[in-house]
Each structure stands twice: as C-alpha cells, then as structure tokens.
Design a protein around this ligand. Structure first.
Ligand code: SAM
Ligand code: DTB
Ligand code: SF4
Length: 336
C-alpha cells in the first residue's frame, strides 16, 4: 500500500487508542505478538569518523571522549559473537565508524562474516556508504542484512548531516538490495524534528520497493559534546505513536526499538511492544552508549509472557522452508 507523507501524518493524529488498536491488529495479522527478535551489537571500529552526523558520538568533529580505535581482529569479533550466541542472540550486528569501507578493511569484515555465520548466527553489518561491488562482496561472504539508515525526512536531513546526502543513502540502499541482501533501514527520532518529519521518514521507508525487512527506530541518545547533546527529547507517547505508525505502514517488517531503551520505563517499553515493536538490541552497550542489562530485559519479557526467537533465516534453512523467512507471507510468522 502506498503511504503519502500526509496520510502517514494523519495516522499520527489518530486518538491514541485508535492508533494502538490498529497497530496491534496489524501486528497480530503478520507476526506472533508474543515473540521478540534479539540482535547483539558490536562496534568493530570505534570513533574517529570523518562524517559530521549531528547525533553521533563517533564523529571526530565532536568532542565526546570516544577515542579513534583500530578495526578489531577477526578473532576478537568471533569471540564476541560466541558470547552473544551463548546469551541467546539470533543475530550479530557489526558497526563501523566509517564514511564507507576501504577495500582492505572490507576483506577483514568478510572474514568476520563467514566465521560468525559458521557459528549459527545471522549476520548484519553497518559500514556506511557502499561503492559498486562492495555489497556483492558482503553477500558472497554470507552477510544476511545490511543496516543503513535514512535517519529522518528528506526535509529535515540537512539540519543534521552535511557530509553525505539523502540520495547517497538511497543509492547505497539500492546497491544492497541489488546484491540480494536483506535491508535494515530506519531512523532516529527526538532530534528536534517535528511530526511531519517523522511521518516523512516512515513514508520514505514504506516507499522502498520492497520495504526493508528490518526497521530500527532509534530514540536519540543525547551525548554531551555532540551538536544534539542538548536536544529537547521526545514526549514518550509520541515515541509509541512512531512505533505504531511504523507497524501499520510496514506490516511485514520487524520494527526494532533500537537506541534509547536505557532510561525507558518497563511500561513504556511494553506499550511499544504492544504497538508492534518486535525486535531489540540486547547487551550492555550499543556501539558506544549504554543499553539495558540482559537480565532486566529478560525480567520484563517474563512479566509480559514474551518469548525471544532464534534465527529465522537459519531455522528456515534447517527445515528447508525457504518461505519462512520471506516477506509477504499471509500467515502470522512464528519464529521460536
Ligand atoms: N558509520 C555508519 C553509518 O553511519 O552508516 C554505521 C554506524 S552508525 C553509528 C549507525 C546508526 O546509528 C546511524 O545511522 C544512526 O541512525 C544511529 N545512531 C548513531 N548515534 C546515535 C545516537 N546518539 N542516538 C541514536 N541513534 C544513533
Ligand atoms: C541502528 O539503527 N542503531 C544502532 C545500529 N543501527 C548500528 C546504533 C545505535 C547507536 C547509538 C549510539 C552509540 O551507542 O554510539
Ligand atoms: Fe560516522 Fe556513522 Fe557516526 Fe555518521 S553515524 S559520524 S557516519 S559513525
């Protein structure tokens, strides 16, 4: 279904319970509403990034105390992936503070991907802009997902990022799709954008053809020393509305509460899960900022009767059911 930005903005304006009812009904039609997918994040190359993203503690233009470190070794990353698997993660995501990968670095990342997939984990990488042929190299190594966010609406984008354009990002997303990778693409809210921008972002995500399989919604983590370190923040019900609208407009996608869960109450997270969020990052740090402890997440899941799901892709392969991990299936997806 095509969603114009205006139509999406109208969804935002529904009475809260009407919006939640529609979102939760959509959620149940396409997913098991009691299951959550868990990804673990690792920063494989931290800090010193040449880009100027106004929210990011890893830009070398901002003074945040995040040091410029080298790309980790394959052994270090595989050891972290083993720990993640032991802690119940189904997907292992690697982030690098680059504008985009250099060929030599990409080679090491492809070795990491192959080794992690051998452990029985889905793999995801977020390495910045990709040039021609790089997405294919990642696909060949066995990468499942590539994360590259649009971050906000086209209109608000220039307020936050100056060193690469919205179209640069769309181009990378097209390369990722063309190489046969699954797309993980979302954005950030709470940067001082208005509702129209949040609607514009979701309309743009829903207009990707096909839409992203995975949609991270980051609530800005305000890091002192970044231009957005003192942003006003977002009213919690507006965050729930954003999740709900994303669920309605992207009915087949996994919607993830990405950054920003640290500091959210259990009740707020529960409302987000009811509104259609069905994925999180687990582990005590995201890339450089804190995230809730695994034990706190598990305690909340137990209170809500939520189960975590293992790897959808690898399970589907194991049962030789290639349809199970595809978008567009009409039966609710059950991934445990
Ligand atoms: N350097 C690569 C890039 O930008 O494409 C990959 C890593 S970058 C840190 C991945 C995403 O993290 C960004 O697109 C942004 O959406 C999110 N992010 C970064 N800093 C954040 C913050 N302070 N709060 C919330 N999300 C953040
Ligand atoms: C995404 O959308 N959010 C994650 C992941 N993709 C790479 C990153 C969040 C980073 C939050 C700030 C930090 O920890 O440095
Ligand atoms: Fe660099 Fe990515 Fe941070 Fe932008 S979001 S400054 S590209 S690490």
């Amino acid at each position: 279904m095509a969603h114009t930005a205006r139509a999406v903005e109208e969804l935002f304006g529904l009475p809260f319970f009407d919006l939640l009812f529609e979102a939760h009904s959509t959620h149940r039609r396409h997913f098991n509403a009691n299951e959550i997918q868990i990804s673990t994040l690792l920063s494989i190359k931290t800090g010193g990034c040449p880009e100027d993203c106004g929210y990011c503690p890893q830009s070398r233009r901002h003074h945040t105390g995040v040091d410029d470190e080298d790309l980790l070794s394959v052994d270090e990353v595989v050891a972290a992936a083993r720990r993640a698997k032991a802690n119940g993660a189904g997907r292992f995501c690697m982030g690098a503070a680059w504008r985009g990968p250099k060929e030599r670095d990409l080679k090491r990342v492809t070795e990491m991907i192959a080794a992690i997939r051998d452990l029985g984990l889905e793999t995801c990488a977020t390495l910045g802009l990709l040039r021609d042929g790089q997405a294919e190299q990642l696909a060949q190594a066995g990468l499942d997902y590539y994360n590259h966010n649009l971050d906000t609406s086209r209109e608000f984008y220039g307020e936050v990022i100056g060193t690469r354009t919205y179209d640069d990002r769309l181009e990378t997303l097209a390369r990722v799709r063309k190489a046969g990778l699954k797309v993980c693409c979302g954005g950030i809210v709470g940067m001082g954008e208005d509702r129209r921008d949040r609607a514009g972002l979701i309309a743009q995500l829903a207009a990707l053809d096909p839409p992203p399989e995975s949609v991270p919604i980051n609530l800005l983590v305000r890091v002192p020393g970044t231009p957005l370190g003192e942003a006003a923040g977002l009213e919690p019900f507006e965050f729930v509305r954003t999740i709900a609208v994303a669920r309605i407009c992207l009915p087949h996608s996994r919607v993830r509460i990405a950054a920003g869960r640290e500091g959210m109450s259990e009740e707020l997270q529960a409302l987000c899960y009811f509104a259609g969020a069905n994925s999180i990052f687990a582990g005590e740090v995201l890339l450089t900022t804190p995230n809730p402890k695994a034990a706190a997440d598990q305690a909340l899941f137990a209170k809500l009767g939520l189960k975590t799901c293992a790897s959808e892709i690898l399970e589907a392969e194991a049962t030789r059911d290639p349809e199970a991990s595809r978008d567009g299936d009409s039966a609710p997806r059950d991934c445990a």
